[in-house]
Design a binder for this molecule. Structure first.
Ligand code: PMP
Length: 435
């Protein structure tokens, strides 16, 4: 497959945009480097690059594009919003509608505030939790990604439960020292951290279902115990559901059928993004009224935004949620994902390639290893070179995967059985070449 135009554009981009990309996850650094593919158009489950090559898209823009690209209902909502003027700097009626819809789907959110990204949403939940508790430390889990604000760009220290070290240049050690990192799915580690620092901890922040080191479900009882121990320590539970909300069913983790005792896993605060903006920039956070009422203008915790709750993002989000409320939407994505995930597993096995596939409803991750992946260490202990090879072979067969071994494959409402057949055929040929 020729990608001459992408190569040229990459050369140009490098002159003007740092690294040629506006988000490092778009670069091909993790899959052997070189020019990323420059896309120029997308519709449904496909996109076309600058050279005119077509790809079946499993990136879904890292999650938001759950209805496929340019869904007519979402597109017409955006057009309508644009025609009515894109930004007022005043409240609008549609913001109330979207906030009310989020509350209906996610009952722990008594009150909501819209921001512009998942990063902002998470960053503000931390500020609010600190304001509500008068404490400063945060516990997070290794490998969970919560955006790029200082506090959450902190990696684990050397032990299983240690104070953090900065994961990025520019994050001061003093800030990393406010963060404790614990392995995901490790209740003993969390217990240890809470015993040691519990009375200084404002919040425990978690991706309740992980999307950032593959798709990983919490072990049975993990979230229940996490919530119980956190509250016992007088801290707040923050769920980062920027990926997980509306991805597996119409709602969030706390309303997901996979969890028998959903009362026991209710968070105090939730951060949202991606899907709730229907492909336009958005973030939101919400939670218990008495916690949220700490936010300005009601309370002393400040958070603001010129673009926050802008009509286009809000209208696109409402339209996207409307599509997701349609009959059989999630079961259909699940059926396609199941066939694809099972087919990949069998195909890899036929060629003697170790592959672990973690599937949750319509999303899954592929790990080149022969052990389960339930935490970050296990996700790291996989064959990155094999993934990179597979990624390139699939790309050349017109299948676009996220360019990182840690990212998920996302099905959308636009994918069809024919797309799955074509993808499995490409995978079979790719695994054969690899073996
Ligand atoms: N939280 C999670 C769980 C995410 O996956 C991401 C983005 N991948 C973020 C937060 C940050 O969101 P954004 O990129 O919109 O700032």
């Amino acid at each position: 497959m020729q990608r001459i135009k992408s190569e040229q554009l990459y050369g140009e981009a490098l002159k003007h945009i740092v690294g040629g990309v506006n988000s490092p996850s778009r670069s091909f650094k993790a899959v052997g480097g070189g020019a990323p593919v420059f896309m120029s158009r997308a519709e449904g489950a496909y996109f076309w690059d600058a050279d005119g090559n077509r790809y079946i898209d499993y990136l879904a823009a890292f999650g938001p594009i759950i209805t496929g690209h340019a869904h007519p209902i979402v597109t017409s909502a955006i057009v309508q919003a644009a025609q009515n003027g894109t930004l007022y700097g005043t409240p609008t009626e549609h913001e109330i509608e979207l906030a009310a819809e989020l509350k209906r789907a996610i009952p722990s959110m008594d009150k909501v505030r819209f921001v512009n990204s998942g990063t902002e949403a998470v960053m503000t939940t931390i500020r609010v939790a600190r304001a509500a508790t008068g404490r400063s430390k945060i516990i997070k889990f290794a490998g969970c990604y919560h955006g790029h604000s200082d506090l959450v760009l902190v990696a684990a220290g050397s032990g299983p439960s240690t104070l953090g070290i900065p994961d990025s240049a520019g994050v001061p050690a003093s800030i990393a020292g406010e963060v404790i990192t614990v392995p995901y799915n490790d209740l003993d580690g969390l217990k240890l951290a809470l015993e040691r620092w519990g009375d200084e901890v404002a919040a425990v922040m978690v991706e309740p279902i992980v999307g950032n080191f593959g798709m990983v479900m919490p072990h049975e009882g993990f979230l229940e115990e996490l919530c119980r121990m956190t509250r016992e320590a007088g801290a707040l539970v923050i769920y980062d559901e920027v990926i997980s909300a509306f991805r597996f069913h119409y709602g969030s983790t706390q309303t997901f059928q996979a969890f028998p005792d959903r009362e026991a896993i209710r968070p105090d605060l939730t951060a949202l993004g991606k899907i709730i903006g229907g492909g336009l920039p958005i973030g939101a956070y919400g939670g218990r009224a008495e916690v949220m009422d700490r936010v300005a203008p009601l309370g002393p915790a400040y958070q603001a935004g010129t673009m926050a709750g802008n009509p286009a993002s809000v209208m696109a989000g409402l339209a996207c949620l409307e599509v997701l409320r349609g009959d059989g939407v999630y079961p259909r994505m699940e059926a396609l994902a199941t066939r694809l995930a099972d087919g990949l597993r069998q195909s890899a096995e036929r060629h003697g390639i170790p592959l672990t596939v973690n599937r949750i409803v319509g999303a899954f991750s592929t790990h080149f290893c022969n052990h389960p992946v339930t935490n970050y260490d296990e996700a790291q202990d996989t064959d990155g070179e094999a993934f990179a090879r597979f990624f390139r072979l699939m790309l050349d067969r017109g299948i676009y995967l996220a360019p990182s071994k840690y990212e998920a494959w996302f099905l959308t409402t636009a994918h069809t059985d024919e797309d799955i057949d074509a993808t499995l055929e490409a995978a079979e040929a790719s695994f054969q070449e690899m073996s």
